[in-house]
Design a binder for this molecule. Sequence first.
Ligand SMILES: Nc1ncnc2c1ncn2[C@@H]1O[C@H](COP(=O)(O)OP(=O)(O)O)[C@@H](O)[C@H]1O
Ligand SMILES: [Mg+2]
Ligand SMILES: [Zn+2]
Length: 249
Amino acid sequence: MKEKKQKQSGIKETWKDSSEADALENCPICGGKGYIIKHSPDAQDTIAFCKCREMDKLKRMWSFSGIETQKNKLTFKNYNAYNTATEEAKNTAIKYFRSFKQIRNTRKNSIAFLGQVGSGKSHLSIAIGLNLLSKGIPVIYMSYREQILKLKQNILDEEYYEACTRKFKTAQVLIIDDLYKGKLTEADINITFEIINYRYMKNLPIIISSEFTVEKLLYFDESIGSRILEMCKNFTVEIHGKENNYRLK
Ligand SMILES: Nc1ncnc2c1ncn2[C@@H]1O[C@H](COP(=O)(O)OP(=O)(O)O)[C@@H](O)[C@H]1O
Ligand SMILES: [Mg+2]
Ligand SMILES: [Zn+2]
């Protein structure tokens, strides 16, 4: 109810961190049935699928990747800002989420968390993703290493390859977690370019985490790197230093 009121109040609306992404549980449109019956006075009633079905499918895809979409601990709230680097990372993530609606269809609609292992890059990427999901925005989570490996294993299976790359190319929002993780081959670069370039051309947002710096991204492949940097221009966080490895705390 509160959300509806906010929506009507116009463009200035900002989104709060709904750390418990429960909004997905009960669809306000169909009440959780997954379909809507349209009554017609002069014809037969028709049944239409509700759009929450797509969200359900997405939720299942997330859990296949090992990430629960309900009551997940990877929230903004649970991310401790204990120094300036983590403070900046957290603030940038929240600012991105709050501006998402305004920047969504622009060229600079993406965010990148780069650098130090264990600094919470995946944590914040997933927090953004779950918050967007809870606003009904379809987000696809891609564990880079896992998915690239699968794509390479199936590169001769045209149908699989097409369907899988299409999914990552055309997703409304795509999280690429741990970009360039693993041994980098020409095939990795080609697949990554195909996905990034498509999204770049169509202004489709990406949320990227990678242990590599801006410099390294450009060095690995300039055409991919420069596209990513342009898309993430307003929201790039680079974290350096072992003191920012939360796992060592
Ligand atoms: N600032 C932080 N506050 C709370 N938990 C954190 C913070 N940074 C990292 N973590 C936690 O530490 C672990 C490693 O973080 P992760 O996001 O996987 O790091 P990265 O992707 O940068 O390697 C996760 O369990 C994450 O929730
Ligand atoms: Mg990570
Ligand atoms: Zn529904």
